[in-house]
Design a protein around this ligand. Structure first.
Ligand code: T1G
Length: 694
């Protein structure tokens, strides 16, 4: 069987309809570019062709350059060359944008004389999210078509706009349900008159001052973002240079950014997130169970946030509590969260009413009877959870998925408390649940494949990034976090202060360090847990909590918040307290260089990640990266902990871990077996994932 041509052309009534069919998203692979070039040249040479329509099969128009070709030797024709061929045709070319036109896909459409878009189409230049800038003329053509300021906004934000917005700003000429029919009609009309100017020959840049003002605001919002800076510089060239020279400015930025390790990391992030959606070992054809209605047990902060996720996705949800009083408090909190969004302008009043309308509060577990998916979000107490799951086996309808939102507890043990363990799994949301994108889906021993597939699918419907984890204490994310937390405390005892530890992480790219984070979350929360478990692992945090320093809420914690309640200042009292504890333990404090602090925080996490991978708790190193990128604020341009480990070099990490283990006597810091093996073989986590995928 011969493979279907990715680009075909058919002439009918004087119009050549050139169609791209390169599933799943019509990316502009070498074969597509070659096909487009040939089709354009054939249409140009065919006297029967009066006009051309450029269309695509499937749900998307063109999702852009083929990201998997980056970093490989270029195959001609290049995308800029392909676009230039269409642009120079003396017959009108109309793009029929049936779905997403992103990156190079939009740039192709910008090389046409006119654009028609379907109402559901999305148009955008998301290159900044990949650490680059539009590289096929987008920075020069879009500003000339819709104005420099609005064009820069689209590039810098990387978020696509709707067809309606695109029509309003002049990016598309028409919005129509049947894009090909509309594009044909427009093409015929254009063929009968004078050819409209292509975007490169337009002059609609707008006022320079307006652009400079917009650029200054955008650069301020995106500090130290080389992609955004490059976008601004390239768009500025539209004012200062002729089109061809502007293209050269764009190209220079593009090649520099594309070859920067940060862009390689961001490409890894893109593919890792998508790979995480694939569950290894699932029988072929495993479908998801239908979920028309959900129930959430427990209307605390977490339960309320989870209920909001369902309502936001348009899924009716019952929020269940044990008493009317708790229920009312929970519902009020949800209402308050929505009200804040309305006040901020991110949610319309009627949308709020609609979402609140999807959340029904009820007292008593019996209210879970009509739910297809039940999420338990009560206290982290095994006894309580078992009791609830025991009751649910009677109450929940047959086939309903029974999920626990536990952060640490053994999901197998919870599953064993019901007669239907195949329906049980973990759905671990991250706080605030309605905001954080990560969802750890915990696969227990007995979890049915279709139950797992359902949780993953629902996760995506809730706009989360779902990642499968096996059962272990803390699952993927918190198990690794515990290693970092332990080291952060150790560093304080050995000579660092909270601000030194936090700075190492914020300089690395985290928005917050662990101590600022503790102050925000409340030091008392983990203190109470440690007390209950009789743990003495965090002497500094314990001493602060015992002194009533709970963090921001008491204006004092690791930092002093007396200035405005939010900005933490280093506190000499805290330094004195830490020095006292060091002395009590006979530890001679020493200055610890920032690089060592960073390694002490990150390498043990990577080591734990290697254990998690070695034990099969995570299926891929990329899954671990996805967890940390979406749940813990790991800086995306370093690719996540495991990708970062590869970039540091595994032998170096092994050597440092051995030194840390020897110095502290902590056997947890001994390099994990998998890490040792990969380092020894000269391999990497990336190579391991590639091998598993092949
Ligand atoms: N290249 C290669 N593969 C891609 C791809 C792309 N551009 N886009 C998607 N895929 C794969 C993806 O890995 C997945 O594969 C499958 O398609 C379905 O994707 C010169 C330099 C279009 C909105 O950044 O935003 O143009 O996992 O799960 O939810 O200036 O894909 O199934 O094997 O995301 O329906 C700029 C990226 C490129 C757009 C569809 N373009 N794509 O979402 O499906 S740079 C982008 C998306 C560029 C020029 C430059 C989304 C989508 P697999 P999916 P979806």
């Amino acid at each position: 069987m011969t493979q279907q041509e990715p680009v075909t052309s058919r002439v009918e009534d004087g119009i050549a309809v050139i169609r791209i069919a390169n599933p799943p998203v019509n990316a502009l692979s070498a074969a597509v570019r070659g096909g487009l070039k040939r089709a354009a040249e054939a249409a140009a040479a065919d006297p029967a062709v009066r006009a051309i329509v450029l269309a695509a099969e499937g749900k998307t128009f063109i999702a852009g350059a083929d990201i998997s070709e980056f970093g490989k030797p270029p195959v001609p024709p290049s995308l800029p060359e392909t676009i230039a061929i269409f642009e120079s045709l003396s017959k009108p070319v109309v793009a029929a944008i049936n779905g997403a036109a992103l990156g190079g896909g939009l740039e192709v459409a910008l090389g046409c004389h006119a654009r028609v878009a379907a109402p559901s189409a999305k148009l955008g230049l998301p290159e900044v999210t990949l650490g680059i800038l539009p590289g096929a003329g987008g920075t020069q053509r879009l500003p000339r078509l819709i104005g420099a300021a609005p064009a820069l906004k689209i590039m810098a934000e990387g978020k696509p706009i709707s067809a309606k917005e695109a029509q309003a700003n002049g990016l598309v000429d028409e919005v129509a349900e049947d894009v090909v029919a509309a594009a044909r009609a427009l093409a015929l009309k254009l063929a009968g008159g004078t050819l409209p100017a292509v975007p490169k020959d337009r002059t609609n840049l707008g006022a320079r001052e307006a652009f400079e003002e917009a650029a200054a605001a955008i650069l301020k919002r995106n500090p130290n973002n080389p992609s955004v800076e490059a976008c601004a510089d390239a768009v500025r060239a539209c004012f200062d240079k002729p089109f061809e020279e502007g293209l050269a400015v764009e190209r220079a930025h593009f090649t520099r950014l594309r070859d920067d390790p940060r862009s390689a990391a961001l490409r890894h992030v893109f593919f890792a997130e998508r790979a995480a959606a694939r569950i290894p070992g699932l029988p072929k054809g495993t479908g998801a169970r239908p979920v028309a209605k959900a129930a959430v047990i427990g209307a605390g902060t977490m339960g309320g946030g989870i209920a909001m996720c369902f309502a936001n996705a348009g899924i009716p949800v019952t929020l269940i509590e044990t008493t009317e009083e708790n229920l009312q408090r929970g519902l009020e909190r949800v209402e308050g969260n929505y009200a804040t969004s309305v006040k901020r302008g991110s949610l319309a009043e009627d949308a709020k009413a609609k979402r609140m309308g999807l959340i029904e509060g009820k007292v008593g577990l019996e209210a879970a009877a009509d739910a297809d998916l039940v999420v338990e979000a009560v206290f982290e107490e095994m006894g309580l959870k078992k009791e609830i799951f025991g009751k649910l086996q009677e109450i929940a309808k047959p086939g309903a998925i029974l999920a626990t939102n536990t952060s640490y507890l053994d999901v197998d043990e919870i599953a064993a408390s019901t007669s239907r363990p195949a329906d049980v799994l973990g759905m671990h949301f991250f706080s605030p649940a309605n905001v954080m994108k990560l969802l750890e889906v915990v696969r227990a021993k007995e979890t049915a494949p279709d139950a797992l597939a359902t949780a993953m699918e629902i996760g995506r419907k809730l706009a989360k990034v779902p990642v499968v984890s096996g059962v272990c204490y803390g699952f993927i994310g918190n198990r690794m976090l515990a290693r970092r937390t332990a080291q952060a405390e150790r560093l304080l005892l050995e000579g660092a202060l909270p601000q030194d530890v936090d700075k190492a992480l914020t300089d690395f790219g985290f928005r917050m360090g662990p101590f600022a984070m503790s102050d925000l979350a409340g030091i008392d929360v983990s203190w109470r847990i440690r007390k209950a478990m009789n743990l003495k692992t965090a002497p500094v945090a314990d001493a602060l909590a015992e002194a009533g320093r709970f963090g921001q809420k008491t204006k004092r914690g690791f930092y002093d918040y007396s200035a405005d309640g939010r900005t933490g200042a280093p506190d000499p009292e805290v330094a004195a307290l830490i020095e006292r504890i060091s002395a009590e333990r006979g530890i001679t404090r020493r200055p610890i260089p920032q690089e060592e602090i960073l390694q002490r925080l990150l390498f043990p996490m990577i080591n734990e990640g290697a254990r998690i991978l070695g034990e099969g708790i995570a299926a891929r190193a990329g899954d671990i990266d996805t967890v940390w990128l979406n749940g813990y604020g790991w800086p995306s341009w370093t690719g996540g902990p495991m990708f970062y480990a590869d970039s540091v070099g595994l032998p170096k990490i092994v050597a440092r871990l051995r030194e840390f283990a020897a110095a502290s006597g902590d056997t947890n810091l001994e390099p994990a077996a998998l890490l040792l093996r990969l380092a020894h073989e000269g391999s990497s986590f990336t190579a391991l994932d590639e091998k598993a995928a092949a």
